[in-house]
Design a protein around this ligand. Structure first.
Ligand SMILES: Nc1ncnc2c1ncn2[C@@H]1O[C@H](COP(=O)(O)OP(=O)(O)OP(=O)(O)O)[C@@H](O)[C@H]1O
Ligand SMILES: [Mg+2]
Length: 255
């Protein structure tokens, strides 16, 4: 579904070049849920922006399906850390916004909008304005908005990191349920190892300066998954421990 081939990114800045990514190769299968972890500044957001077509890589190319990505596309949706809802529009009108931007007929998507809002636990809030909602609810609306046009690919950049821990866990569990119904291919950036393991089929670990693909860790734990006590706790802690080790600053850096 997504192929990242030989992608490198160099930013030119006033203080010289920043090598954000180096020679990244990655394939994400259809309907796969991949999480992307790595220390701050290792290039996670940059990689996501390249996959989304918001920036062009210095080297290499990204394909979604058979097409090379050259600009943002309708079947690839992006969700960021902050909900970025328009404050003067109610929930339903915020959800319908991408359709306006894509020039699609909103009336054809009204049932879908209501269905997704219900799936996200937001039925009955259609007329509310963003400031009347909690942060978690705003992020639910934002998720529904990013799914409205039925994207094949959903790219998520730390979408829950501004929320409190409990809300965040709750949303992670619900996200799995919502996207299971949608059959969407997902790349999800997170700083949280727990979140990465809970959500992912595979966890991609990037190492910093320049960002390189350090390792891909499989998470062969059956779904639906939950946090807390469960039958796979041993497996989860084993994978989490491996990720903790991988994310340590290297022995050279520590010395
Ligand atoms: N537009 C830009 N111009 C110059 N440098 C940039 C630009 N965008 C990112 N960088 C640099 O590229 C590197 C990777 O940044 P990026 O935001 O992708 O990291 P990240 O892994 O998402 O970090 P975080 O976990 O803190 O969000 C950093 O050194 C950053 O300063
Ligand atoms: Mg980032």
């Amino acid at each position: 579904m997504i192929t990242v081939a030989g992608v490198s990114q160099v930013f030119e800045t006033a203080r010289g070049q920043v090598h954000a990514l180096e020679d990244i190769d990655l394939t994400v299968r259809e309907n796969e849920f991949v999480t992307l972890v790595g220390r701050s500044g290792c290039g996670k957001s940059t990689l996501l922006r390249i996959i989304s077509g918001l920036i062009a890589p210095t080297e290499g190319a990204v394909h979604v399906g058979d097409e090379v990505v050259t600009r943002p596309r309708r079947d690839v949706s992006v969700m960021f850390q902050r909900p970025a809802l328009l404050p003067w529009r109610n929930v339903l009108k915020n959800v319908l916004l991408p359709l306006e931007m894509l020039g699609l007929d909103k009336r054809q998507y009204l049932d879908r909008a209501h269905g997704l809002l219900e799936l996200a636990g937001m039925a009955g809030f259609e007329e509310k304005l963003p400031h009347e909602l909690s942060g978690g609810m705003q992020q639910r609306v934002s998720l529904v908005r990013s799914l409205i046009q039925q994207p094949k690919v959903l790219l998520m950049d730390e979408p829950f990191s501004a929320l409190d821990a409990l809300t965040r866990e709750e949303l992670s569990v619900e996200l799995q349920r919502i996207v299971a119904e949608e059959s969407t291919t997902i790349v999800f950036v997170t700083h949280s190892i727990d979140e990465a393991v809970l959500l992912a089929d595979r966890v991609v670990v990037l190492s910093p300066r320049p960002g390189r693909l350090q390792k891909i860790v499989d998470v062969p734990i059956p779904r639906p998954r939950t946090l807390g006590r469960n039958a796979h706790a041993d497996q989860v802690s084993h994978i989490s421990a491996e990720l903790h080790d991988l994310l340590q600053p290297g022995p050279r850096a520590a010395a």
